[in-house]
Design a protein around this ligand. Structure first.
Ligand code: BGC
Length: 767
């Protein structure tokens, strides 16, 4: 761990609380070797080998010329609250130099890029946003004399608070990159491409160019991403990720691109449930736009999936398969299970992911067996118009085909599950319906009129009653923790004004820089518990002095399809939180990759809610096993950064439930995060944090969530409306907003007490 001491700074030490080290013999776990090694391992596990004719891994002693700023200007992760201040970041060139016994790099060329990047930084340019320089002809000649094998590196940066514009050259190569690719292809017989981005970019130029013999999507691989890249290039490790997003040839191929920047005030989710592969695999003629499909990825060996067995109980479908390594190197495979629902009255996607499992490392010639299951009701569609039964999940009659394979395209139908008469799988209530969606996409490509909501928002009676009973002898929260008093008695001694104070965040303490929850430490001993950002590692402000492990971004973790790995990362980051006296980690983030333009995609997992939900659930398990609070964020439909505090996501109830809420539902039901963060945006005209239908109706009512709910930081909502909606705490720190509405009769003690109870339960849960 590296501390940035500035002993001359006034009260430097007094500002921080000393950490009690959690490692063996009182060593630090924060940015310890074990966590950094985990980060490096995860970067390989999530990297996706898009193409390989056998050139990778490189033969021992291979000579390579590495092109592109990205070898020096490596981007470890995205910007904003998801950025992590790690002790160092190792770039690709440095990684390769640590493998000098295996690969010979043409240093002169790399020095050229080193100088170029240093100069650009001096001119104020920023990591991941530099223009490619023209390689002088003489240098190009010298490189070609040194070797016939070139590596092109390309990087991208994006961050919180802004989106990419359609012409900003995030998705497409910029002019300098195009020229570089052309020059390299003209001068070298063998070309390898390394992509260091946080989101989907154009890969058609790679797929279409025969001379590009291998391509590796590194994503943004954290602080050891450069070394992980070198590990994979020389074969010390193998990429074994699969895409968690569809790579289409052009930005316009994604149905949500057309309206993405239509307005700063709203986004119309006209494509409805047809997001990602659900669109490309279903809509007539759209398959052809896909360059690399969802679930796809190669590795350094080959596998055969065989002996597939599928069986059904009355509630579940069970799937198992044998995976044999038919190649020459050890490797891991991901077995993916998809289903296809019958055509019926409800327009459906052709295929959807139901379950997946990653194998352990399989040696050549050996095999592993994987098993998984999913609920039959997971295949139901949500009927929000009444085609079959309004506001219900419906399993229409017919054959549900179960496919097993290793991508959305490579699979076989292994089972047919028959539903005789249409089944109403679950009856719900209509919540969060749109008023002005107008049109929604159907499976055949037509647009159907979307019904407009006519009813007012539903209100929810407080779920808790607490009479004010002042006491002479105060009960401390510690007494409740010890079991000598009840939480109900504890709450009843608090005045209405005190409850109001509890429902807002408090100032940061120690190294915390996002605020605390709790307060009244003097009177009631309600310990303020501290929050810290994520999700690619524990984020502490630069000036807090502590450096933490930067893990690969969430998209990379998702591409590992390895839930055990996500759990391990969650546990490691949570230990770093704990060591630094932080009790709440503001991770995982699981919004859907609706469109490649969203600036914050790197922080989220996938275009698919099952991958997102399962990965988030695993992360939560790891975090909370350390008794650190996990925060599933941002509920929901937070798929655009422009004007994110006031933008209205206009979306059908069905798309909400099947796509945008589904991952949260999985996460909540599988691993019960202690905290959920509502998003800034409005959902169909109502701010997420003020939306009782979302928080009380769906999250708590339908899913049975018992934890607490926080706002996102400094949103534009009205605090009293949030309390009424069951959003328990307003962050980071803004007292005094409840008094007036309370005195005006707009808010009741019970409504405040219900929120207070959930917050106190969370505080009682932490160590
Ligand atoms: C982000 C959250 C983050 C919070 C605290 C907000 O701007 O949207 O994801 O946890 O800030 O830093």
């Amino acid at each position: 761990m590296q501390y940035m001491y500035n002993p001359t700074e006034k009260w430097f030490r007094a500002r921080f609380t000393p950490a009690i080290m959690l490692g063996d013999n009182r060593s630090a776990v924060t940015a310890c070797e074990r966590h950094i090694t985990l980060s490096r391992k995860a970067a390989c596990e999530g990297a996706v080998l898009l193409k390989n004719n056998g050139i990778l891994p490189l033969k021992k002693g291979a000579k390579i010329a590495v092109f592109g700023n990205a070898q020096i200007d490596y981007v470890k992760g995205g910007g904003g609250s998801g950025d992590v201040f790690s002790p160092y970041v190792r770039n690709i060139y440095e990684g390769l130099k640590l493998k000098e016994d295996k690969v010979d790099v043409f240093d002169t060329l790399s020095f050229f890029y080193m100088n170029n990047v240093a100069q650009a930084y001096k001119n104020g340019e920023k990591n991941g946003r530099l223009a490619e320089p023209k390689v002088p002809a003489e240098l190009m000649r010298a490189a070609a004399e040194f070797t016939d094998t070139a590596v092109i590196t390309i990087c991208r940066h994006s961050g919180e608070g802004y989106d990419k514009s359609a012409d900003s050259c995030y998705f497409e190569l910029e002019a300098g990159e195009k020229e570089l690719a052309a020059d390299v292809l003209a001068n070298f017989a063998h070309v390898i491409v390394l992509l260091n981005t946080g989101a989907v970019i154009d890969t058609s130029w790679i797929a279409n160019e025969e001379k590009i013999e291998a391509a590796l999507m590194l994503w943004q691989g954290g602080m050891e991403g450069g070394l992980a890249a070198a590990d994979m290039l020389v074969g010390d490790d193998a990429p074994c990720g699969k895409l968690a997003d569809t790579f289409a040839a052009s930005l316009c191929d994604y149905p949500s691109t057309a309206g993405f920047h239509e307005s700063e005030d709203y986004v119309k989710y006209t494509e409805d449930i047809f997001v990602g592969y659900r669109y490309f695999e279903t809509l007539p003629g759209k398959k052809a736009s896909v360059v690399y499909p969802f679930g796809y990825g190669l590795t350094y060996t080959t596998f055969k999936i065989s002996d597939i067995f599928v069986s059904a109980s009355d509630k579940r479908i069970f799937v198992g398969a044998d995976v044999t390594n038919t190649g020459k190197r050890a490797g891991k495979e991901v077995v993916q299970v998809y289903y296809s629902a019958p055509k019926g009255k409800i327009s459906k996607e052709k295929i959807a992911l139901a379950a997946f499992a990653k194998t352990p490392l399989i040696e050549p010639g050996k095999k592993a067996t994987v098993t998984m299951y999913f609920d039959i009701n997971d295949m139901a569609s949500y009927d929000d118009v009444g085609d079959v039964k309004k506001s219900a999940y419906v399993l229409e009659s017919g054959e549900y085909k179960i496919f097993v394979g290793n991508s959305v395209r490579d699979n076989v139908c292994a089972y047919k599950y028959k539903v005789g008469n249409t089944v109403i799988a679950k009856k719900c209530r209509s919540y969060c319906a749109p008023k002005n969606l107008e049109k929604r996409l159907m499976a055949d490509g037509s647009l159907r009129d979307a019904p407009a909501r006519k009813t007012a928002q539903k209100s929810f009676a407080p779920t808790y009653h607490s009479e004010y009973k002042p006491r002479e002898e105060i009960i401390e929260l510690y007494d409740v923790a010890e079991g000598s008093a009840t939480l109900d008695d504890f709450i009843s001694q608090m005045s209405d004004e005190e409850l109001m104070v509890l429902l807002t965040g408090k100032k940061s303490t120690g190294v915390c820089n996002c605020g605390t929850i709790g307060g009244f430490n003097d009177k009631y001993r309600i310990q303020p518990i501290a929050t810290a950002d994520g999700p690619a590692g524990l984020r502490l402000h630069r000036n807090r002095g502590v450096r933490t492990t930067a893990f690969p971004v969430a998209t990379a973790i998702a591409c590992s399809w390895n839930t055990a790995l996500a759990e391990e990362i969650g546990a490691a980051a949570a230990m770093e939180c704990k060591e630094n006296n932080l009790q709440i980690w503001l991770a995982p983030a699981l919004n859907i990759h609706r469109n490649p333009l969203c600036g914050r995609n790197f922080e989220y997992y996938s275009e698919d809610p099952v991958v997102s939900g399962k990965m988030a659930a695993a992360m939560v398990r790891g975090i909370q096993a350390q008794r650190v609070v996990a925060t599933a964020k941002h509920l929901a439909a937070n798929n655009k950064e422009t004007n994110r505090l006031d933008s209205d996501s206009v979306v059908s109830e069905r798309a909400l439930r099947e796509i945008y809420l589904k991952g949260f539902e999985i996460c909540v039901k599988e691993s019960a995060p202690k905290l959920v963060m509502t998003s800034y945006n409005l959902i169909n005209g109502v701010r997420a944090s003020e939306c009782g239908e979302l928080i009380m109706g769906i999250l708590r009512g339908e899913w049975g969530y018992e934890g607490a709910v926080t706002t996102d930081w400094s949103n534009h909502a009205e605090h009293y409306k949030e309390v009424k909606a069951g959003n328990d705490v307003r962050m980071p720190c803004r007292e005094g907003l409840l008094k007036e509405p309370y005195e005006a009769g707009l808010l009741t003690r019970d409504e405040m007490a219900a929120c207070a109870k959930r917050l106190l339960e969370m505080i009682l849960w932490v160590e």
